[in-house]
Design a protein around this ligand. Structure first.
Ligand code: DX5
Ligand code: ZN
Length: 216
């Protein structure tokens, strides 16, 4: 199933509850929450207090993308905040298998993210254990960037591997997805679509509906 995961990084934080309600009413299935630590990526975004508040405002699947160094340290707290999906970066984990254990212990969906230049071979052995692979389609840490074209080749290759191994792993794409690039991302095999600026800049309801229509 295709799911839209609007990224609140592009929302107006003083109006966050209302803007989340708009994407929910318009039919989005997930809500993408980017946690950044100023170390794994240059920027700092938000952490537990925001996740907790967001949880109270929505029934959407809370899709938490941890762009933090050694994310295992925070998995229990993120789970306590009510996350449904927790995604960690392969590049940021000291022990990726253990990080996945921690997510699974809480009965949550586990995702592993790869930066643009990280080869998909990093997922070879962990793939059957995870629910979602997040292929970063821009450099992590900033909204509003242009999609790096070769990352869609990674999506295509990964999709083929998932199918040939008889797995059902979701492929999420994150960064630079807009009305121009969405179809290419879907065509490459992505089924969970993160969109920040394309959803939250302009008419939020209209943008959400338009994206969902293309994803049908
Ligand atoms: C970037 C974040 C993204 C970001 C996407 O590091 O992981 O989720 O919000 O923003 P857009 O859709 O504007 O590229
Ligand atoms: Zn993200």
């Amino acid at each position: 199933m295709n799911c839209l995961s609007p990224s609140i990084l592009a929302a107006d934080f003083t109006d966050l509850g209302r803007q989340i309600a708009l994407v929910e009413q318009a039919g989005a299935q997930y809500l993408h929450c980017d946690v950044m630590d100023g170390w794994f990526v240059p920027n700092i975004s938000f952490g537990m207090p925001v996740l907790e508040s967001v949880r109270k405002k929505t029934n959407l699947m809370m899709d938490v993308h941890l762009m933090v160094e050694d994310p295992a340290r925070y998995i229990p707290d993120v789970a306590d905040c009510g996350a449904d999906i927790i995604t960690v970066h392969a590049e940021a984990c000291r022990d990726l298998n253990h990080a996945v254990d921690l997510i699974k212990e809480r009965d949550l969906l586990a995702g592993v993210a790869l930066n643009p230049a990280t080869p998909i071979s990093q997922l070879t052995y962990i793939l059957p254990r995870i629910d979602m692979a997040l292929i970063m389609t821009v450099n992590p840490g900033l909204g509003g960037q242009a999609l790096v074209p070769y990352t869609l080749d990674k999506v295509r290759d990964l999709k083929e591997i998932i199918q040939s191994r008889g797995l059902k792993t979701d492929i999420e794409v994150d960064g630079g997805i807009n009305f121009k690039t969405l179809e290419r991302a879907l065509g490459a095999g992505a089924n969970v679509i993160v969109a920040g600026s394309a959803v939250f800049h302009g008419d939020i309801e209209e943008n959400t509906k338009r994206m969902l229509e293309i994803m049908k």
